[in-house]
Ligand binder design. Sequence first.
Ligand code: EZ4
Ligand code: CO
Length: 409
Amino acid sequence: MRISSADIIVTSPSRNFVTLKIVTEDGVVGWGDATLNGRELAVASYLSEHVLPLLIGRDAHRIEDTWQFLYRSAYWRRGPVTMAAIAAVDMALWDIKGKVAGLPLYQLLGGASRVGLHTYGHASGRDLPELFDSVRATLEEGHRSVRIQTSIPGVRAVYGVASQAQSTGERYDYEPAGRGSQPAEEDWDTGAYLRHLPTVFEAVRNEFGSELPLLHDGHHRMTPLQAARLGRSLEPYDLFWLEDCTPAENQRALEVVRRNTITPLAIGEVFNTIWDFQHLIQAQLIDYVRAASTHFGGVSPLKKVMDFAAQYQIKSGFHGPTDVSPIGFAAQVHVGLAIHNFGIQEYMLHSSLTESVFDQGMTFVDGFLHPSDRPGLGVEVDEEAAAAFPYQRAYLPFNRLPDGTMHDW
Ligand code: EZ4
Ligand code: CO
């Protein structure tokens, strides 16, 4: 079953998405997600200039061989641009295989291991009443677990905090990939954060009780010792996880954190390959794998890293922001349904504009996410609708400390 065409669609319904479309000679269409937030056109160009010409005439059934070919023949391995490009090809070929078999992807990965995926949604607030309203709205949306992000006294704009109250009826999307010619500047003060956050979790526990699973994203801003201190100070509030407590580059940093706190740790949304997790998994320094199908080379490596993690009782917590397209999201929902060591799925609902381009079969009922039984990934793209939303330059923000020093965002 030869590939007869491969094309890139760049579209911006609410935000930018890069989508790969592969068509076989008998007309089967496969879709893949190659969206890299803030660097979208680099991946589009990597694909169209260097990968698409290699796909024409290849056997669409040879997913693993194509993955290895793209990874090894480039010589320059890994990196977010390369791995997002390979991810799109991998997803599109799994989509095609599922459609040819007449089976949803999760069936090809071993079948369902559960009725659906437990999710967590996002809550945030500039003060406690706003945060509590946001938690209630997140629960009403159907989530059974909630990520808590909050403003910090003296800090102007903080990652993860919606700029308006959720109760105003505005769709909640804190995601600050601001469209414009320059990235937004935010500020940060780690000391103020470390003092304030435990008081917020204490208040949330008092309001919502001890059973609601709570999560928090540190977004790579702490030193190992600061992260250890935060993990320890949050222990009374029994977090489901503390995410990205230190920058991802230095994996040994997690040793210091681990030695000093029993708060569960999740990391890896910016990781590209299984090698980034090698030490963290083998040394049992983390509890949850935060990889996303789109930024990790696709379905195939996601399944592999989770099988590796399973030997160490480490579970999945795949990255599910709105900058992973409905295609990439569906891909990892299928993986999560199939693997034994599923943990939780982050789920930010896409906007209705995004859904006007990406028709997804996925369902979210009684707190359980299911990818649907449509063959393949279960997402189809309306190319005419996509064409109405041209690319808009967009950047993620950056951070400065009170004295002006650049800090991790
Ligand atoms: O900042 O996806 O846990 N979620 C996150 C995200 C990331 C964005 C970056 O594109 O950390 O909000
Ligand atoms: Co995160």
